[in-house]
Design a protein around this ligand. Structure first.
Ligand SMILES: [Zn+2]
Length: 458
């Protein structure tokens, strides 16, 4: 090797970088041979909303799907018989948070490379291979190419698309260390252009705004209008934290691009639906958030489910199963309000979906310890079915629709020839019972088997 370097160094002196690159790429660095894997006899749910296709084979070449069909043959491919298993695209969650919870606590100081990677591994184990964080990330994510490596799937765990640092209202009570302590908080619209210029430097996947950032004070329309206007100057889309129908209306007239939560105070009407369709504004309902915010008034049926418990940070199970916590929840006005909001949210997602609005999976998991990362995504599927959507549509919401919202549907979100082989292989069919999405047999990320689910000893 030493000789080679000397030789290259000499050439470099003589002929410059150009020759060196030709030599390196053409002679010495052979591309690795692409492995081929043939998955046989699967029940295929391709993510596009259709029915199951029994007895299907999938040929994976390198990272991508190169053929789908019956009785495929490929000389030299490693053949894996998956008779009786069902395959669906790996899930994509378009609204999560990472790095802000640890154990039973929440803090911006938990945002370390190690904690982010551990949480992305958890998503992966639950079959959620791509996530988008909305607004609570920290500068360490953009250092040394960390986020870019995550987007490109070069590190273990789920791929991460980051919304960077969101915009909220000024709040002197929030410390820098708080999980929302690194947000932009413009006092006037004049401050927005400088902030957006800075945010644009880190290349956020979307810009997050909290319109009703506190129950008492809302962001002024002049400020969010400026945020939307400035974001659009950089071709960035803006995703809003919403709750109220009236805010949703004003945001639509101001040019909002994505709703990051459900409208939960009243039922959406025809006018709003028409506007959302005309402007193709996607809707990320995050029903799991509202469920978790009130369900622990009593003991939910999943409390002892190992699939749930494996998603919890240490100490969370002890908290939520205690009678102290239950009693606090029963007495909490916020929890009671959430129960009502949840019922409205269920009706709204059904109305919007039926009308043809693009609905995408998102849960707000990871923002609080009770919003269990990975489990929340499977819970969301169940809640969407509870809202009245068909399992086929729900799976499309969790895969292809979410990919469309992230604008990565050329490569991800469905099982189709040419797309990246991100697969969730299940022991049972989730179209028969949506809870079968939890019966994980294997998770494939870019053509490689990377997990057999969240249990260590499975
Ligand atoms: Zn959120």
């Amino acid at each position: 090797m030493k000789k080679l370097f000397k030789f290259q160094a000499k050439l470099f002196k003589k002929f410059g970088l150009f020759i060196l690159l030709i030599i390196s790429s053409n002679v010495f660095a052979q591309p690795p041979a692409q492995t081929r894997i043939l998955l046989k006899n699967l029940n295929l749910i391709d993510g596009r909303g259709g029915t199951i296709q029994a007895g299907t084979d999938i040929l994976i070449q390198g990272q991508r799907i190169s053929a789908i069909g019956r009785n495929l043959k490929s000389a030299g491919a490693r053949v894996i018989d998956l008779q009786g298993k069902t395959v669906m695209p790996a899930m994509i969650s378009a609204h999560v948070h990472v790095g802000v919870i640890k154990g039973n606590a929440q803090s911006g100081t938990f945002f370390t490379r190690e904690n982010v990677l551990a949480q992305l591994k958890k998503y992966l184990d639950y079959g959620v291979i791509t996530v988008q964080t909305l607004g609570t990330d920290r500068p360490v994510l953009y250092e040394n190419g960390f986020r870019d490596s995550l987007i490109n799937g070069l590190l273990p765990g789920a791929r991460l698309f980051s919304g960077g640092f969101g915009f909220n209202i000024p709040d002197p009570s929030v410390s820098k260390e708080s999980f929302m302590g690194n947000l932009y908080r413009p006092v006037s619209a004049d401050e927005v252009p400088g902030m957006m210029k800075e945010l644009n430097e880190i290349n956020p996947s979307m810009v997050k705004i909290w319109v009703d950032g506190s129950p008492l004070t809302k962001m002024k329309p002049a400020i969010y209008q400026k945020i939307i206007q400035e974001a659009h100057r950089y071709q960035r889309r803006v995703a809003a934290h919403v709750y109220y129908l009236s805010d949703a209306r004003n945001l639509i007239s101001s040019g909002i691009d994505v709703f990051g939560h459900s409208i939960r105070d009243s039922l959406v009407d025809e006018g709003l639906i028409a506007q959302m369709k005309a402007r193709t504004i996607p809707y990320i309902p995050t029903l799991a958030l509202d469920k978790f915010a009130h369900v622990y008034m009593s003991k939910p049926n999943w409390l002892e489910d190992p699939f749930f418990k494996a998603a919890l940070e240490p100490g969370v199970y002890e908290m939520i199963s205690s009678s102290t916590y239950q009693n606090e929840q029963k007495a909490s006005a916020a929890a009671v309000r959430s129960a009502g909001a949840f019922r409205v949210a269920l009706q709204n997602v059904k109305k919007l979906h039926d009308a043809g609005v693009l609905v995408a999976l998102g849960t707000d998991s990871g923002a609080f310890p009770i919003r269990a990362q990975g489990f929340a995504e499977h819970q969301e599927l169940e809640l969407l079915v509870e809202a009245g959507l068909s399992p086929q549509d729900v799976i499309r919401i969790a895969t292809l629709n979410a990919a469309r919202v992230l604008r990565i549907d050329q490569d991800y979100g469905s099982i189709e020839k040419g797309k990246v082989a991100d697969l969730l292989i299940l022991n049972a069919n989730p179209l028969e019972n949506i809870q079968n999405s939890r019966k994980i047999f294997a998770v494939y990320k870019a053509g490689q088997m990377v997990s057999t689910g969240p249990f260590v000893n499975e």
